[in-house]
Design a binder for this molecule. Structure first.
Ligand SMILES: *Cc1c(COP(=O)(O)O)cnc(C)c1O
Length: 482
C-alpha cells in the first residue's frame, strides 16, 4: 500500500522557507475569542520538498490518464486536452480575476463568455444559451426546469411525463425525475433506433418532452429524426437533445435544424476541457426561441461594444451555479474552438467518425456486433461470443489494463448484452488505434488458449481486481487519524 503523506512525516522536517517576521505579532486574544482558539497545534505533515514532490508524482502514476495512453471510454469522450488551452487559462488576467470584479474591470472575461456562448449557438443552431451548469447532468436538470417553466407559463399543467429511449444515458431519467416528472421509457427497434410505433403510442398530451441523444449511445444516427420531431411537437411536447457528446456533429448537423428546443453540451467532452479526476466540468445549455425567457440569470449581454450582466428576468428559472459557472473551463473551450475555427471543427468530427469506423472494421469479425453498419463517433460491440468461451466483458476490460490501455465503457448501453462502447476520438493516430485493436484481438485469442490470464487480470496495475460490490456498499476512502 502507498504510504500516506502524514505517515511520512518526521518532526521538524520542512519543505518551505518563510521570510523572518518583521512586524509585531498581533495578540490572538484581540482578534478571535479565546474559546475558539485551538488548544493543540494541528497535526500537519512535516516533510521535505523532495518528499512531497516524490509523493505526488508517485500518486499521479497510480492513475491512468489520457497523456499516458489510449482511453476509448465511449460516450464519455477522453480526447487529448491541448496544452494551449491550459496556457491561456493560466494567463493572470483570467486566472486571478475575482468573480466579484465590477463589470467595467472584467470586460475581457465577459466578452470571452459572450463569444463562447455565440459559438455554441452557431454550433447548435439554437437561439439562446446559458454557460452556468457545471456538468452535463446539471445542464439536463436546468433544461428540465426551463421546459417545466415553459409549459406552466402557458397554463398547460398536466404535462407530467418525460419520454426517454431505453438506450439513453442514465443521467436523463435521473434529471427528469429530480425535476418532478414521471419517466416513460420508449423502446428501441432492431436497428438500435427509437421505435416510432412505441413513440406514437406514448406521445400523449401529458408529455412535457422527449429526451433524445443523437447520434444515440449505440453510436448510430437517428435518421428518422424528422418523424420523431413531428410526433413529439404534434402532441405539444418539447424536444430535448442530450448533446453531451457532439463529436460526430460539429459543422455537419445542427441540432437546431432538427428542431430541438433545448440541449446541453459538455465542454469537458467535445471541447477538450479536462474531466473526471482532471477537473471541474461544464455543461452549457442552448435553447430555441420558445425557451429564451426561462434561461437562468445572470445573463451576459452586449450593449454596443460593452458587456454587461443582466441579473434578473421575469420568467427566468433563476441561478443554477454560483457566479457564472466554471470560468476556467470556458477559457479552455473558447481557446479550443478558436484554435480550430469552423473548418477545423468540421474536420474534428470527420476524423472522429473515421477513427471509430476504422477501429470498428478491425474488430467486427472477432466480436459480436449488434448493428453491422457504419457508425458515427463511437460503436458498440457485444462480448457474448467471448462470454460463451469463458470470459466476460468485465474480464476483457480488466485484461486491457495489462496491455496498458484504459478500458472502454462497459455494460452500457443497457440494451446490448455484455456491451463494450468504444470511442477512439479524433486525437488518436492510426498507430495507437492499431495497437488497441491488436490488444483486443490478442485477448480474444487468450480467452481460447490461456483463459486464466484473462480471468485473473489485471496483474500489472497497482491494485488487482477489487470487489466492486463491497466497495460500493462500504465505501471507505478517507484516512482516519489516531
Ligand atoms: C457524459 C454524459 C452525460 C452526463 O454528463 P456529466 O457531465 O457526466 O454529468 C449525459 N449524457 C451523455 C450521453 C453523456 O455521455
Amino acid at each position: 500500500m502507498e504510504k500516506l503523506i502524514i505517515e511520512k512525516s518526521r518532526s521538524k522536517r520542512k519543505g518551505y522557507t518563510l521570510p523572518t517576521l518583521d512586524v509585531e505579532p498581533v495578540s490572538n486574544d484581540s482578534l478571535i475569542p479565546r474559546k475558539f482558539l485551538r488548544k493543540t497545534e494541528p497535526e500537519l505533515p512535516e516533510v521535505s520538498e523532495i518528499d512531497i514532490a516524490r509523493h505526488y508524482l508517485r500518486l499521479s502514476r497510480l492513475n491512468y490518464n489520457i497523456e499516458e495512453g489510449f482511453y476509448p471510454l465511449g460516450s464519455c469522450t477522453m480526447k487529448y486536452n491541448p496544452k494551449v488551452n491550459e496556457k491561456v487559462a493560466s494567463l493572470p488576467g483570467f486566472a486571478d480575476l475575482h468573480p466579484c470584479t465590477p463589470e467595467r474591470n472584467s470586460q475581457g472575461a465577459l466578452q470571452l463568455m459572450y463569444d463562447l456562448g455565440e459559438a455554441l449557438k452557431a454550433i447548435s443552431g439554437l437561439m439562446g444559451v446559458t454557460l452556468q451548469p457545471a456538468a452535463g447532468s446539471q445542464g439536463e436538470f436546468t433544461g428540465i426546469l426551463m421546459m417545466r417553466a415553459y409549459h406552466l407559463d402557458r397554463g398547460d399543467t398536466k404535462r407530467d411525463t418525460i419520454l426517454i429511449p431505453d438506450s439513453a444515458h442514465g443521467t436523463n431519467p435521473a434529471s427528469g425525475a429530480i425535476g418532478g416528472f414521471k419517466i416513460v421509457s420508449v423502446k428501441s427497434n432492431d436497428d438500435g433506433r427509437i421505435d416510432l410505433e412505441d413513440l406514437k403510442l406514448k406521445a400523449t398530451d401529458e408529455v412535457a418532452a422527449l429526451m433524445l441523444t443523437n447520434p444515440n449511445t449505440l453510436g448510430l444516427f437517428e435518421g428518422q429524426i424528422c418523424e420523431i420531431e413531428k410526433i413529439v411537437h404534434d402532441c405539444g411536447g418539447l424536444m430535448y437533445m442530450d448533446g453531451a457528446n457532439l463529436n460526430a456533429l460539429l459543422g455537419i448537423v445542427r441540432p437546431g435544424d432538427m428542431n430541438f428546443d433545448c440541449m446541453h453540451i459538455n465542454l469537458h467532452k467535445t471541447f477538450s476541457t479536462p474531466h473526471g479526476g482532471g477537473g471541474p466540468g461544464s455543461g452549457p445549455v442552448c435553447v430555441s426561441e420558445k425557451l429564451l425567457p426561462f434561461l437562468p440569470v445572470p445573463r451576459i449581454i452586449k450593449n454596443g461594444d460593452k458587456y454587461a450582466l443582466e441579473t434578473s428576468a421575469d420568467k427566468s428559472v433563476g441561478k443554477v451555479h454560483s457566479f457564472f459557472g466554471n470560468f476556467g473551463m470556458f477559457v479552455r473551450a473558447y481557446t479550443y474552438i478558436r484554435m480550430y475555427g469552423a473548418e477545423g471543427l468540421h474536420q474534428v468530427s470527420c476524423d472522429a467518425v473515421l477513427n471509430a469506423n476504422y477501429l470498428f472494421s478491425r474488430l467486427k469479425d472477432k466480436f459480436d456486433v449488434p448493428h453491422d453498419e457504419y457508425c458515427m463517433h463511437e460503436f458498440t460491440l457485444s462480448g457474448d461470443r467471448q462470454k460463451k468461451a469463458g470470459a466476460s466483458t468485465k474480464d476483457i476490460a480488466k485484461r486491457l489494463l495489462d496491455y496498458g490501455f484504459h478500458a472502454p465503457t462497459i455494460y452500457f448501453p443497457l440494451i446490448v448484452h455484455e456491451a463494450l462502447l468504444i470511442e477512439p476520438t479524433e486525437t488518436e493516430s492510426k498507430e495507437s488505434i492499431d495497437s488497441f485493436a491488436d490488444a483486443m484481438l490478442a485477448i480474444d485469442e487468450e480467452i481460447k488458449n490461456t483463459p486464466e490470464v484473462v480471468l485473473n487480470a489485471p496483474s500489472t496495475t497497482p491494485m488487482r481486481r477489487l470487489d466492486d460490490a463491497l466497495a460500493a456498499r462500504q465505501l471507505n476512502i478517507s484516512w482516519v487519524g489516531k
